[in-house]
Design a protein around this ligand. Structure first.
Ligand SMILES: Nc1ncnc2c1ncn2[C@@H]1O[C@H](COP(=O)(O)OP(=O)(O)OP(=O)(O)O)[C@@H](O)[C@H]1O
Ligand SMILES: [Mg+2]
Length: 237
């Protein structure tokens, strides 16, 4: 469903020019949970931003569900952002005065849904992430793990086929992080309505529980196993 080809991106010019992505080739199948690892500053967030249509690359191509982009300006990939890609961040990005259901519903209303439909879809999404008994709580009344699940409900409520998660468990304790990963797996492997998730993580333990791991180093991605991610084995492919 997602194909990234020869994607390159650098920042700055002249002697301060920094080539970050030097030819990324990767694929995601529908229903796959893929963990993206790599040292700080190697370009993981940059890659996610380009795939999510927030940043144009310098060269290369992205194909997501038959739509081609990658070099286009963010203003001309509105449809990708609205219909195809959901985001999950480390710090949840919830509106603190809104209840769980309103946080999810508001995102849908912004994309043009009627209030009634948005509330119905928000309720379904919150049930799916296991928060049926927390719908009218505001973020302050929820644990970190629960807040992240509200953010996940918001990301899946619009039926977007691809979720991009940038260190989604970075602010969670180990147990809540594992629960988020389990939820990601259930969402990807849902037979009736599978999605794909590309998740950046620094936690090798979580990454090894994904369907597949990719390691981003020196501007390119490689398939990886748990040993190479820890830098203790010579088993990179
Ligand atoms: N808008 C920008 N202008 C200039 N340099 C940038 C810009 N965005 C990112 N960079 C640089 O590109 C490199 C990759 O940054 P990026 O945020 O993608 O790394 P990362 O792999 O997500 O790191 P971390 O694990 O710390 O989140 C860094 O050296 C960063 O300073
Ligand atoms: Mg980052």
């Amino acid at each position: 469903m997602l194909v990234v080809e020869e994607l390159k991106k650098g920042f700055g010019s002249g002697s301060s020019r920094l080539e970050v992505l030097k030819g990324i080739d990767m694929k995601l199948e529908l229903g796959e949970l893929v963990a993206l690892m790599g040292p700080s500053g190697c370009g993981k967030s940059t890659l996610l931003n380009i795939i999510g249509g927030l940043l144009p690359a310098d060269s290369g191509n992205i194909n997501l569900n038959e739509k081609s982009y990658g070099l286009k300006n963010p203003s001309s990939v509105v449809d990708i952002r609205r219909e195809s890609v959901g985001w999950i961040f480390q710090d949840f990005h919830l509106l603190e005065n809104l209840t769980a259901i309103d946080n999810v519903a508001m995102a849908l209303e912004l994309s043009g849904m009627s209030s009634k439909d948005a509330e119905d879809a928000a309720r379904i999404a919150l049930i799916k992430v296991g928060l049926e008994d927390r719908m009218t709580h505001i973020p302050d009344q929820l644990s970190g793990g629960q807040q992240q699940r509200v953010a996940i409900a918001r990301a899946i409520a619009g039926n977007r086929p691809l979720l991009l998660a940038d260190e989604p468990t970075g602010n969670l304790d180990i147990a809540s992080g594992k629960e988020v990963l389990q939820l990601f797996k259930e969402l990807c492997h849902d037979e009736d309505n599978p999605i794909s998730i590309l998740m950046v993580t620094h936690d090798p333990d979580l990454a090894s529980n994904a369907d597949r791991m990719l390691l981003l180093t020196d501007g390119v991605t490689k398939a990886s196993d748990i040993r190479s991610a820890w830098g203790i084995g010579g088993e990179e492919e």
